[in-house]
Design a protein around this ligand. Structure first.
Ligand code: ANZ
Ligand code: ZN
Length: 822
């Protein structure tokens, strides 16, 4: 008997697929298109189990859709710029480019060995000038449209990575990449005006029903729309006012002091006028050294009095103006009207500095009295101590007070967003150069489009201390100004790598296009992505940037869609011994080892079987063994059936053969429905049941001479082979060909179940006397109550037990049991 040898089978089919260019796909207006994409990998060196899982899910879906008649685009590429290449280059005395391209070559080999159905002609690497030149072009178009600007700003800075971090890249005050504490630094940088699109980004979250609700919620929270009011507080003795943003205008009568951000332009000025410059400057400098994390930390609320006073516009109260570390300059107006009775931060601040408390909102129990307050009352309620607004609810007053202030020209209703413009400057080497030129005469000017790409010079030596070598490369930095032809200097910042990943999905439609970033004919055919598959860790960053960038490309006339990804599937992690696989935990399982031991089909099947895609997948060696044994059984049955002639398709039958037919068609139905809902685990479980049943029939000596046996077995085995093919494609194609078929399974239509075969002919009915089982029989499934009752009473065993007893009652449960009460 021929043993299942995955290495040999898989190599053969990978060769055949590639020779026949099975995965190449072109635009075909006659067919419905389906664009299936998994988030592309960073070429870190090797494929890990997380990749293995997401690509197995994606490949199963891509193959399924193709078998269902779609023209499926399924590309793969490399998110190839970024820090690890620089770190590795320093550590191993190599060049980031060399390291990156070697990794790509290795990982491409790994993916090919896994048999994924990628159209490799479309492969792209974002570090390739043929890719980033178009990104530079888009950058220049954005510059011309005012969607990019350069400004000096306080940025998040990672000292370890020697680079700026976007707000989104600071997690809990730490660098998202190296986990060291993020700092702040004043620095020039380029910004994308994502805030121009903020309302559209928010509105369109309503038009993405195919996204997980929690991802949409995370995006909405990140955008952070607040309805509130902008109110001016005149400064005593000056012709100026401090503007604040508040979501609780209803509390304004309780505002007793003012808190400015340390970076507020008026902070030092007010202090200087009041003779308190030294103290305030000292405080500002100290806060400047604190990280944002420390400033936001609940324990460390600190401030300093500027010596100046504001006047509360509703009641003329003198409010001391403080500078406070927890007020952020880049939110709202960078200033807060402090209401210690109804805001907990203000409450704690007021207690610390002995500031006044005035209660203006009361709950159902009435006023608490400020001397009894142990914390701020932050609920909505009714207004007291608020003049003409007394008795209003918070909701009413939140509108009425700003309206009244607007009449005096002192305020207005407004909305505020948490989302900030996207800072894309990185002081790194291994990134796409920002195509800008600094000229002493002309200022900041974009490179000429004809001069693109601005190629990242490869002859750079990375300074071992970190930081970018670009400013040191005189030959590269010095250039001529595109406007005046005078001497000028190139911009040495490179782009955040999230820019590359914000449009790669569109470029896959036309990676070879040389007349622009996107070939309209091809990109309009393929976009948007119908199904995107990737990690939940990208719920905010990558997905929000991509949504923004697609809207920009649309407005530049390069794309026609509003949104990049119609449907999103976020897969869970791969864990072992209850923890995420990681080198530090020593629980890493290497896909290469597993493939060498069991074959790609087994590893793929296991990763689809062990958990539904959205859940974490617990790695289990026994589970992999089990998947392997299962494929072994399929193999044996496949070969056994292949030995008997194909014959006719089976007609209706009864007994075990009828049961097997029914099972086969039930399985077609179940696998179709389950895979539609990404439930590969239950689909595979159904296939396992089918294989069990096939085995039983195959070994049943009583059926050996039944003329219908061969046809029924073949039908069931072929169904199993076709159904498993998206998940274990190599063994499936091998068995399919041994079963006498010439075509690749990918070109075979997905099976349709036969409704008639699903009908259950007979059911087992249990006979009971006073609730005790006394017999059972197979009876026609359509038998009515009377027929079931008669069958029970006529049963020889039942009659023996009944003897002379008088039957009081007969209870019939349709299709299941008859209980005779005596
Ligand atoms: C007065 C007030 C009274 C407030 C009250 C709250 C409760 P969201 O919902 O996040 O938009 N705030 C405004 N600008 C700020 C800044 N730059 N840094 C720190 N805090 C700032 O929060 C809006 C509230 O956050 C505003 O409403 C303001 O405090 C504060 F009983 O104004 B509130
Ligand atoms: Zn110039």
């Amino acid at each position: 008997e021929e043993r299942y040898n995955p290495a040999e089978v898989e190599a053969r089919w990978q060769g055949r697929w590639s020779e026949s260019r099975l995965f190449d796909v072109d635009e075909d207006p006659a067919k419905p298109k389906y664009y299936l994409l998994e988030m592309f990998p960073y070429p870190s060196g090797r494929i890990h189990m997380g990749h293995m899982r997401v690509y197995s899910i994606g490949d199963a879906l891509a193959r399924l859709k193709r078998m269902r008649g779609f023209n499926v685009l399924h590309p793969m590429g490399w998110d190839a710029f970024g820090m690890p290449a620089e770190n590795a280059a320093i550590a191993h005395h190599t060049h980031p480019a060399k390291w990156t391209y070697e990794n790509i070559a290795y990982m491409r080999g790994q993916l090919k060995k896994l048999g994924f159905s990628y159209d490799w002609r479309r492969e792209l690497a974002t570090c390739d000038p043929s890719y980033y030149r178009w990104e530079q072009l888009v950058f220049i178009k954005m510059w011309e449209k005012g969607l990019v600007y350069r400004k000096k700003s306080l940025v998040n800075w990672c000292a370890k990575c020697q680079t700026v971090l976007a707000n989104e890249q600071v997690e809990d005050g730490k660098c998202w990449r190296c986990d060291s504490e993020a700092q702040k630094k004043q620095m020039h940088g380029y910004f994308f005006r994502i805030t121009d699109y903020v309302q559209e980004l928010l509105d369109h979250t309503e038009k993405l029903p195919g996204w997980p609700e929690r991802v949409l919620t995370m995006q909405r929270n990140w955008i952070g729309k607040s309805h509130g009011a902008e109110i001016d507080f005149p400064i005593e003795g000056r012709d100026e006012a401090v503007k604040v943003f508040t979501t609780r205008a209803d509390t304004i009568f309780g505002a007793t002091f003012m808190s400015l951000a340390p970076e507020h332009p008026m902070a030092l000025e007010l202090a200087a006028a009041a003779g308190r410059e030294a103290q305030v400057k000292d405080f500002i400098d100290r806060v400047g050294r604190q990280s944002f994390a420390d400033r936001a930390d609940d324990k460390q609320k600190e401030g300093v009095f500027t010596g100046a006073y504001c006047l509360n516009p509703v009641n003329g109260r003198r409010m001391p103006v403080y500078v406070a570390n927890f007020v952020l300059m880049d939110y709202g107006a960078g200033a807060v009207m402090a209401v210690p009775t109804h805001d907990q931060r203000d409450f704690e601040f007021a207690k610390q500095y002995g500031l006044e408390l005035v209660e203006v909102i009361v709950g159902p129990d009435g006023p608490q009295g400020v001397e009894n307050m142990e914390r701020a009352f932050t609920d909505y309620g009714r207004l007291v101590g608020s003049g003409q607004f007394d008795g209003m609810t918070s909701d009413e007053a939140k509108r009425a007070i700003p309206q009244w202030l607007a009449e005096q020209g002192l305020g207005k209703l407004t909305v505020n967003y948490r989302l900030r413009d996207w800072g894309i400057s990185r002081q790194r080497y291994w990134g796409a150069p920002i195509p800008m030129i600094h000229c002493d005469k002309c200022g900041l000017v974009p490179a000429r489009v004809e001069d693109l790409p601005v190629v990242l010079p490869l002859d750079a030596q990375l300074p071992a201390t970190g930081g970018s070598p670009l400013p040191l490369l005189e030959g590269w930095v010095n250039t001529t100004c595109p406007c005046c032809q005078g001497p000028a200097r190139r911009e040495t910042d490179t782009m955040d790598t999230f820019v590359e990943s914000s449009w790669y999905f569109a470029r896959y439609a036309c990676p070879d296009y040389v007349d622009g970033p996107l070939d309209p004919a091809r990109v309009d055919y393929w976009m948007p992505v119908d199904q995107y598959v990737g990690g939940i860790e990208h719920a905010v960053l990558h997905l929000l940037y991509s949504r923004f960038f697609v809207k920009v490309l649309r407005d530049l006339g390069m794309l026609k869609v509003d949104e990049p990804f119609l449907n999103l599937l976020t897969q869970g992690m791969v864990i072992k011994d209850g923890a995420k696989m990681s080198k530090s935990k020593g629980n890493v399982v290497d896909p290469d080892d597993m493939v060498a031991r069991y074959g790609a089909d087994t590893v793929r099947l296991f990763s689809l079987f062990a958990a539904p895609p959205e859940r974490d997948l617990e790695w289990s060696d026994q589970g992999v063994e089990g998947a392997h044994r299962f494929l072994g059984r399929l193999w044996r049955l496949g070969l056994a059936v292949a030995e008997t002639p194909a014959g006719e398709r089976p007609g209706p039958c009864d007994g075990p053969l009828g049961e097997l037919r029914r099972k086969a068609h039930e399985t077609i139905k179940k696998v179709t429905e389950d895979t539609d809902r990404f439930q590969f685990n239950t689909a595979i479980a159904a296939l396992m049941e089918l294989i069990n049943q096939i085995s039983l029939v195959e070994q049943d000596a009583a059926l050996a001479d039944d003329p219908r046996r061969a046809a029924v077995l073949r039908e069931a085995v072929e169904a199993a082979v076709v159904l498993i093919s998206p998940m274990a494609p190599h063994i499936a194609d091998e068995l399919w060909s041994r079963l006498g078929h010439a075509e690749f399974l990918l070109n075979v239509a997905w099976p349709v179940y036969d409704e008639a075969a699903l009908v259950v002919a007979e059911k087992e009915v249990v006979f009971q006397i006073n609730g005790k089982v006394r017999g059972k029989r197979m009876l026609p499934a359509q038998s009515d109550d009377e027929a079931l009752k008669q069958a029970a009473l006529a049963d020889p065993k039942v009659r023996k037990f009944l003897g002379e007893a008088v039957v009081k009652k007969v209870i019939v449960v349709q299709g299941r049991l008859v209980n005779i009460v005596i």
